[in-house]
Design a protein around this ligand. Structure first.
Ligand code: ADP
Length: 280
């Protein structure tokens, strides 16, 4: 504590232990009920973050959990398309209601609010984070066991604001093999530890290709280093998703929940679920 402390942190710049840290967390809508929130992050766009988010939600829903996806990737929203949902979200005097997918996953995305889902969203960061915060504060999420948040790519301003305002139970980092050696995992680890949020796992997407003729696994981008990176940072679980044309097709057709669509993240979700249940 500073000498002659006046106990008025607002008018003092001393960095002492008694300085109160502002709690920037927002309260969810009073009619919402959300048990666990997991953020899915990546260093850049196009690595399969939305695909991972959707696959985790499908695995969770299939296990019998009430599941939701909050599409916080405002300028590149692809979640509704993957689930084949095109109608607009409805609201009333109480709030906004998520659109429910074929198997019952609750979804909210910028695309479900636009008059024309192909309209681009050209907004500045503050407006984007404000909108996502409203997905948390103004949307009525009902009895949700697991909510997966498809974060905007990168570790910039918008994800940072969201990390601070939404209470997260954990983070999942999505990368491709080439990016894994880069800085994204270290950056995500630093950001997460500053906020006291555990990184639950790494998903290495487009990890390999299975030869359609002989079934051999080909490491298109070289040997995987996912396990080594996870070990280095103390991240408990690793999953690998191959390059699979049927996934691209399912995402385009909106059949990500269909039984015939491969889901490479079922075991990975099980392990994370087990870990979170243990912690309770
Ligand atoms: P991000 O959310 O990181 O921008 P997406 O999840 O939207 O990336 O994926 C980008 C594109 O790559 C989409 O067309 C998606 O269908 C495709 N895709 C992602 N992962 C795979 C994969 N493992 N195999 C085949 N296509 C994939």
């Amino acid at each position: 504590m500073a000498e002659n402390c006046s106990h008025d942190c607002g008018s003092c710049s001393a960095d002492c232990s008694s300085r109160e840290k502002p709690d920037l967390k927002k309260k969810p809508h009073e009619m919402s009920d959300i048990r666990r929130v997991i953020a899915v992050v990546s260093g850049k766009g196009g690595v399969g973050k939305s695909m991972t988010c959707a696959s985790l939600a499908v695995a969770s829903q299939a296990k019998g959990y009430v599941t939701a996806v909050m599409d916080a990737d405002i300028t590149g929203p692809s979640i509704p398309k993957m689930f084949g949902v095109h109608e607009r979200a409805k609201g009333d005097q109480f709030g906004i209601y998520p659109v429910v997918s074929k198997t019952g996953v609750q979804l909210m995305s910028m695309n479900l609010l636009l008059e024309n889902e192909d309209d681009p969203v050209i907004w500045r960061g503050s407006l984007i984070s404000g909108t996502v915060q409203q997905f948390w504060t103004d949307v009525i999420w009902t009895g949700v066991d697991y909510m997966f948040v498809d974060m905007p790519p990168g570790t910039g301003d918008v994800p940072l604001t969201l990390f601070q305002s939404i209470p997260l139970d954990g983070i999942i980092v999505v990368t491709t093999p080439q990016d894994l050696v880069g800085m994204i995992v270290s950056k995500a680890v630093k950001m997460a530890s500053m906020m006291n949020i555990p990184i639950l796992g790494i998903v290495e997407n487009m990890s390999y290709l299975t030869c359609p003729d002989c079934g051999k696994k080909i490491n298109v981008f070289g040997e995987s280093v996912a396990e080594a990176v996870a070990l280095e940072h103390g991240i408990p679980f690793v999953a690998k998703i191959p390059i699979d044309q049927s996934l691209t097709a399912a995402a385009d057709r909106g059949t990500i929940e269909a039984e015939e669509t491969n889901n490479y993240l079922v075991d990975f979700f099980d392990k994370i679920d087990g870990l979170l249940n243990e912690k309770k």
